[in-house]
Design a protein around this ligand. Structure first.
Ligand SMILES: *[C@@H]1O[C@H](CO)[C@@H](O)[C@H](O)[C@H]1NC(C)=O
Ligand SMILES: *[C@@H]1O[C@H](CO)[C@@H](O)[C@H](O)[C@H]1NC(C)=O
Ligand SMILES: *[C@@H]1O[C@H](CO)[C@@H](O)[C@H](O)[C@H]1NC(C)=O
Ligand SMILES: *[C@@H]1O[C@H](CO)[C@@H](O)[C@H](O)[C@H]1NC(C)=O
Ligand SMILES: *[C@@H]1O[C@H](CO)[C@@H](O)[C@H](O)[C@H]1NC(C)=O
Ligand SMILES: *[C@@H]1O[C@H](CO)[C@@H](O)[C@H](O)[C@H]1NC(C)=O
Ligand SMILES: *[C@@H]1O[C@H](CO)[C@@H](O)[C@H](O)[C@H]1NC(C)=O
Ligand SMILES: *[C@@H]1O[C@H](CO)[C@@H](O)[C@H](O)[C@H]1NC(C)=O
Ligand SMILES: *[C@@H]1O[C@H](CO)[C@@H](O)[C@H](O)[C@H]1NC(C)=O
Ligand SMILES: *[C@@H]1O[C@H](CO)[C@@H](O)[C@H](O)[C@H]1NC(C)=O
Length: 540
């Protein structure tokens, strides 16, 4: 099998790829297994595996299509649930969760849902937004513009303005690989955000291994541009027709549409499309090519995943034609039968408007049933696991941790948790933890000592109680500011072993015992009074 070209932003590589179109994969399926499963076809498939979350709802919700939507409080700690009271609204859209913005603050924040996942598995993630004027009494406000982040990777900007003006909800869909046992899906402030962020619904649906498996999800994620059933004027296909609740939108265009019925089985295709997508098609007029613009929107110049689905509408018939995407041949002499087939490219360069052209020399005109196009984008690195685990434990010991302490602690770069500074490069470590003057209480977790890249720590000017943990493993530590808390116990003598330590501030606590003599050394600014209750130094 040909290998996929690696993505690069260099224009030289891209123009080279333009000359030599990327590899194609053709999937052709035969009826090896007769349809023994007809009764099963009339039943709904099981609930999609994963989570369907009805944001802002306190109760689970069952929708008429047979889906169960969960209340959101076990997946998110920040934000406030809201209810829209607009008549005729779909139940899933009638609640949302909003998150406060702080205009004028330089460091933007992200607010995350964290959901259990199977490590290494592939998930379809869909976020749904319906503003509904939740933050303006008469529903007169304008929707905020903000970003979406998955597991520390910037996904896309959310702008629901045009959809809201048209009275419809907006959704975004992507395919991501779970890097760990959880996935985080976040809304985040950006420079355009001027009012509170929100989200109406969130789905993370486990895909089977064969779906979109031509893409290397270790390096890339995919964002849906369009998923269309050509020649259809009916409603959007989704669950239960699509077992993963993917949305297939009708696309009629100006070409001739045809309908037919097929005996195609979804499981004959790696992407497991619903069999119903083959029941409609756009067909060329006699002796003419079929030409149409799809996807309908202007695309930024980038690599895209394209899958095109075909089935002859006449039983037992075949037809052969060439498929072009813009001016490049996507597939030559494609022979389509009523058994159906799909051709796809895992990396195809598109820019601006896209034209699909099907041309044929044979008497039967070319036709097409459905298509999917996704933008590809690189997935970023995540914070070193050791630091993530330590921070989760530190968080547990703080009574009300900062509201943005969820999702990846360091990534994306501008969206680290409040009080956290991280290193750059391929191994992302937390280098500073500064929670000074944040009105916090709780205790200092011994897990701090596992964050071995730390150079600066401050918990100063809070109400932390309990002892100072053993920090002797933090060999890089230069500053330790614990002044003005309610810490008790003795100063751990091991602090004197930290050779890089330049500032040790412990004043205004309730520390007792002896002061380790070795802390009075050159190069260490050591402050311990007033406000503690140390024993007088031993008289010798
Ligand atoms: C959001 O979308 C609206 C309508 O399409 C557009 O006018 C506006 O400029 C967009 N806002 C941003 C920040 O991109
Ligand atoms: C994708 O899945 C199909 C069906 O399981 C398998 O035959 C094929 O080899 C897989 N392709 C890749 C690139 O993993
Ligand atoms: C579908 O299968 C049924 C019997 O299983 C057969 O009668 C019918 O002709 C088939 N239809 C097509 C379009 O192949
Ligand atoms: C398509 O098939 C025709 C006839 O079999 C042949 O002449 C032509 O070279 C083929 N085109 C390609 C690109 O393979
Ligand atoms: C990381 O890189 C950015 C710019 O590339 C820089 O502003 C920032 O200070 C760096 N952070 C660290 C911890 O080195
Ligand atoms: C992510 O980390 C790997 C090594 O762990 C490194 O090769 C790669 O360049 C990093 N990617 C980014 C975007 O920093
Ligand atoms: C911290 O302690 C001070 C003094 O005891 C008290 O006034 C303040 O309310 C406390 N703050 C918190 C967040 O507990
Ligand atoms: C923590 O942040 C405060 C306020 O920005 C600053 O004054 C202090 O020096 C910082 N402490 C450390 C150890 O970086
Ligand atoms: C600190 O260093 C001294 C001597 O350098 C050593 O004896 C002692 O075990 C060390 N203590 C800790 C807690 O590492
Ligand atoms: C500090 O300790 C003194 C004496 O042990 C006690 O009276 C006082 O309440 C303590 N203060 C705090 C803030 O814990």
């Amino acid at each position: 099998m040909p290998s996929s070209p690696s993505a690069t932003s260099s224009s030289e590589r891209q123009s080279k790829r333009m000359e030599r179109p990327p590899p194609l994969f053709l999937l052709r399926f035969l009826f090896l297994f007769p349809l023994l499963v007809v009764p099963a076809l009339s039943q709904s498939p099981p609930q999609p595996k994963g989570f369907l979350v009805n944001c802002g709802s306190t109760d689970d919700l069952f929708t008429p299509d047979g889906l169960r939507w969960l209340a959101d409080s076990s997946f998110v700690s920040a934000g406030s649930p809201r209810k829209l009271s607009l008549p005729g609204l779909l139940p899933v859209l009638s609640t949302l969760r909003s998150f406060p913005v702080r205009p004028g603050i330089l460091q933007p924040r992200k607010f995350c849902y964290v959901l259990r996942a199977v490590r290494g598995a592939r998930y379809l993630i869909r976020t749904t937004y319906f503003y509904g004027g939740f933050d303006s009494p008469a529903g007169s406000g304008t929707p905020p513009v903000f970003d979406q982040i998955v597991d520390g990777t910037f996904w896309t900007t959310v702008n629901t303005t045009a959809d809201y003006a048209a009275g419809v909800a907006s959704y975004y869909e992507g395919v991501f690989r779970a890097k760990g046992m959880t996935m985080s899906v976040c809304v985040a402030e950006n420079t355009y955000t001027t009012s509170d962020l929100f989200i109406s619904a969130l789905e993370t649906i486990l895909l089977e291994d064969s779906v979109y498996n031509g893409t290397n999800f270790d390096e890339y994620a995919m964002g849906l541009i369009a998923r269309s059933t050509f020649g259809s004027i009916g409603s959007t296909l989704r669950y239960p027709d699509d077992r993963f609740n993917r949305y297939w939108q009708p696309f009629s265009g100006s070409a001739h549409a045809m309908t037919s019925t097929h005996n195609i089985s979804s499981s004959d295709f790696w992407n497991l499309p619903p069999a119903m997508i083959f029941n409609t098609a756009l067909v060329a007029d006699k002796a003419k090519p079929l030409v149409f613009q799809w996807p309908p929107n202007l695309l930024p110049s980038s690599s895209y995943y394209i899958a095109l689905y075909f089935a002859d509408t006449l039983p037992g018939s075949t037809r052969t034609f060439d498929v072009y995407v813009n001016d490049y041949r996507f597939y030559a002499n494609l022979t389509v039968t009523s058994a159906g087939l799909v051709v796809f490219s895992t990396q195809w360069l598109l820019s601006g408007l896209t034209t699909i052209t099907l041309t044929s020399e044979s008497p039967l005109p070319p036709l097409i049933s459905a298509g999917e196009v996704f933008g590809l984008f690189s997935v970023g690195n995540v914070t070193h696991t050791r630091d993530i685990i330590a921070l989760e434990n530190i968080k547990k010991n703080i009574a009300s941790p900062p509201s943005d302490w969820s999702g990846d602690p360091c990534m994306p770069e501008q969206y680290s948790w409040t009080g956290i500074t991280c290193s750059n490069g391929s191994k992302i470590r937390v280098v500073a933890l500064n929670l000074s003057s944040m009105g916090l209480s709780g205790s200092l977790s011994p897990h701090i000592a596992r964050m071995t890249a730390l150079t600066d720590i401050s918990f100063a000017y809070n109400n932390f109680t309990g002892p100072i943990p053993d920090l002797s493993k933090l060999k890089n530590l230069q500053k330790l500011h614990l002044q003005n808390n309610e810490l008790t116990g003795v100063i751990p003598p091991s602090l004197a072993n930290l050779s890089q330590l330049r500032e040790l501030y412990l004043e205004n606590n309730n520390l007792t015992g002896e002061i380790p003599r070795r802390l009075f050394r050159k190069g260490l600014d050591f402050r311990f009074l007033p406000g503690n209750h140390f024993l007088p130094p031993p008289a010798n």
